[in-house]
Write a protein of this length. Structure first.
Length: 61
């Protein structure tokens, strides 16, 4: 019985580890995705702002 219990415990541990690894991978993916989105946004903003820059600088003073 003790051996069976040990095996069961090991199986549970493996499952927990797997879940944690998966969660970490997902978190990394999310971080990468948000970073990419931020970069895209910045690029788009720069493209839009390029011709206007000189005009807006005077207004902000």
């Amino acid at each position: 019985v003790a051996a069976k219990k040990k095996v069961a415990k090991r199986k549970v541990k493996k499952k927990v580890v797997k879940r944690k690894v998966a969660a970490k991978k997902k978190a990394v993916k999310r971080k990468v995705a948000t970073k990419k989105k931020a970069v895209k946004r910045k690029v788009a903003a720069k493209k839009k702002a390029a011709p206007k820059r000189k005009v807006t600088r005077k207004k902000s003073r």
